[in-house]
Design a protein around this ligand. Structure first.
Ligand SMILES: [Zn+2]
Length: 306
């Protein structure tokens, strides 16, 4: 296969990261998946044109070097004179904000000011990022990593079972009839009532319930700061609940035609899954076209079937 070299490289970077996370866990008693989740969050808010780092956490320089520190001397003692948090993690006496082990040691120190429990970490994250969605995304990602004991979670699935008849085309940005001048933020996958709807990614169920436009819907936050929105469902899988960890292929519910009215409204349009994707860059969320991803995941799902 043409991609085997790229895959081998990717595997080794996951292994390198995991070794670093396990090492800092041993040193600090903070579970590895919190470091992994913080690192993953920061990687996914960065401009993807930048070269990929082993560890992507960037600690603001006023925190690393200390407020009022005029120099960027990485000597650990010089930094501590200015009450900078930059710490030496690899034992060379230097606190280098570009060194993976120094970054993780410094991150650990910032967390340890609050403690090692889940609640302590949540508070530390809130104080550092000052943003609810960031804290929620990191805690969700940590839960996914903990559940699967892996950070190499690249599998995907198509959201409608391939065993059922379905059809879709690119309707991104089209105008729609209900709700005024909203543009269509997603792809409609037409299928019969009851066709299973599956999670496309690893993630955590963030939202469930009725919405005027979406009917019965589910929102899943994945580990790449992307929110996946499934709407017009007929119903949910038994036991599905907010906070639940899901993987690609997990059945969320089934195709329906709910929405465009008060709770329970159904049948105002042909049954279909409305599937939307929203990216969070650490400041705001915006919708982007899921169609090319759906095409790719459909191919992946087909190959797995064969
Ligand atoms: Zn739609």
């Amino acid at each position: 296969m043409a991609t085997s070299t790229a895959n081998a490289e990717e595997e080794s970077i996951y292994d390198q990261r995991m070794a670093l996370f396990k090492k800092i866990e041993t040193l600090t008693q903070i579970p590895w998946y919190y470091f992994a989740a913080i690192d993953n969050y920061e990687r996914n808010i960065k401009d993807s044109s930048e070269p990929e780092q082993v560890i992507s956490i960037t600690i603001p320089s006023e925190i690393w070097f200390g407020i009022g520190n005029p120099s960027s001397n990485i000597d650990e003692r010089a930094i501590s004179l200015f009450n900078g948090s930059g710490s030496d993690g690899n034992g060379d006496g230097q606190a280098d904000p570009t060194n993976a082990e120094d970054i993780l040691q410094t991150t650990a120190n910032l967390l340890l000011e609050y403690g090692q429990t889940e609640d302590d970490i949540k508070i530390a994250l809130w104080n550092h990022y000052q943003r609810d969605l960031t804290v929620q995304t990191i805690m969700n990602t940590a839960k996914v990593f903990e559940t699967y004991q892996s950070i190499n979670l690249t599998d995907r699935d198509f959201p409608v079972s391939l065993q059922h008849n379905y059809s879709y085309r690119n309707t991104w940005g089209a105008r729609r009839g209900f709700g005024g001048r909203r543009i269509h933020e997603g792809t409609d996958i037409f299928a019969g009532y009851g066709a299973p709807i599956k999670s496309t990614t690893y993630g955590v169920v963030e939202l469930m319930g009725w919405n005027l436009y979406g009917g019965w819907r589910v929102g899943i936050r994945d580990i790449y700061n992307i929110y996946h929105y499934y709407a017009h469902m007929n119903g949910y899988s038994e036991g599905l609940k907010v906070g639940q960890v899901v993987k690609p292929g997990d059945v969320l519910g089934s195709v329906g035609s709910s929405g465009y009215g008060p709770p329970g409204t159904s049948g105002k349009f042909p049954p279909h899954l409305h599937y939307g994707m929203y990216k969070d860059n650490g400041y705001s969320e915006w919708s982007f076209d899921p169609y090319p991803y759906l095409k790719r995941w459909e191919r992946m799902a087909r190959q797995k079937k064969n």
